[in-house]
Design a protein around this ligand. Structure first.
Ligand SMILES: C[S@@+](CC[C@H](N)C(=O)[O-])C[C@H]1O[C@@H](n2cnc3c(N)ncnc32)[C@H](O)[C@@H]1O
Length: 314
């Protein structure tokens, strides 16, 4: 059996490649919006199942398995016609223009249906070659539905941050959520820890027996927050200059036990890579007054101008 490649289409392709390498130890290469993993068919199917169950599934639009490479579009068509017999097929192509072209070339030669199909035909056009695959319908990838019961999409950001930074969350923990409204992070935490103290002058849209909302700015509420200390972790998703956010996190650091964790989102005002590096460096320098082991990641769930920083209370 030859090599099978799995192409994943994603608008965060390079971050996805980092994720696959960190989480599953996979080597990949990145081309435009595609990440490619190569291996034997069983390995590739195993990878596809892992991706479906992971954070990546929110960021992978399509997975295209291919096992042949040809130069000419007529060869692509012949290959598909030969391998499809009487099956009803669904065509998936990258880029979309290739998909559209193939649908029109195949229309009168095979039975096509995007909904009721026996096989999927995948075609990826890359560097003047076509990579083709015809596989059973069971290999078709469906993106995980976005969970409608969530207060905000930020829920996924914290979930991924805790995994990627390897934070050993325990159900005995007490966590301080600074800038918690409307409550996406608190909602996630309330399902995993004993107590969430959410501090925010805004309105929380989530309620749970183990969420206490302190309706104030964190810096002004230090004595109220101290009543719930020590915290095992402080998290902060405040939409402000990361240097100011870092200062707030240093102010609440005495409420966090030694060895406790800190996670913050750095929202970046600069566009250039240099500007981004500068802000992260400055924020990290401020955080270093109270936290050690500081590490920054560009998570799949972060926007273009966002990073997450993790540290441990020294
Ligand atoms: C992007 S939202 C947070 C979203 C939240 N993490 C979620 O998952 O729903 C930022 C929040 O930070 C709050 N905020 C800004 N500065 C703050 C401060 N100094 N203390 C407490 N909350 C603050 C704002 O009121 C706002 O509700």
């Amino acid at each position: 059996m030859g090599t099978v490649s799995l192409f994943m289409e994603s608008d965060v392709a390079s971050r996805l490649a980092t994720y696959l390498s960190e989480q599953f130890g996979l080597n990949s290469d990145v081309y435009e919006m595609l990440v490619r993993i190569a291996g034997a068919e069983e390995d590739i199917l195993d990878v596809a199942r892992k991706i479906e169950r992971s954070h990546a599934s929110r960021h992978v639009y399509r997975m295209l398995m291919v096992d042949e490479s040809v130069k000419d579009v007529n060869e692509v068509v012949d290959h598909i016609v030969q391998r499809c017999d009487d099956a009803v097929i669904r065509v998936q192509g990258y880029p979309r223009s290739t998909e559209e072209m193939l649908v029109s070339l195949l229309e009168n030669r095979v039975q096509l249906s995007p909904k009721q199909f026996d096989r999927v035909v995948n075609v990826v056009r890359m560097e003047n070659r076509y990579h083709v695959g015809v596989f059973p319908a069971a290999t078709f990838y469906r993106r995980n539905p976005i969970n409608a019961n969530l207060v905000s999409g930020a829920y996924h950001k914290l979930r991924e941050a805790l995994l990627r930074f390897g934070v050993p969350v325990s159900d005995t923990w007490q966590v301080l959520d600074v800038g918690a409204a409307p409550g996406g992070w608190s909602q996630y935490l309330s399902r995993r820890v004993k107590l969430v103290v959410a501090v925010d002058p805004g309105t929380m849209r989530v309620r749970a027996d183990n969420i206490v909302h302190i309706r104030d700015r964190a810096e002004r509420a230090l004595s109220t927050l101290a009543q719930y200390a020590p915290f095992d972790m402080v998290v902060c998703d405040v939409n402000d200059d990361p240097r100011r956010v870092a200062t707030t996190l240093v102010q609440v650091a005495d409420l966090v036990r030694p060895g406790g964790h800190m996670i913050m989102t750095a929202k970046l005002v600069y566009r250039s890579e240099r500007g981004v590096k500068f802000l992260i460096k400055e924020a990290t320098r401020a955080l270093a007054q109270a936290y050690t082991g500081l590490d920054t990641k560009w998570l799949l769930a972060n926007s273009r101008r966002e990073r997450c920083i993790h540290g441990v209370r020294g």
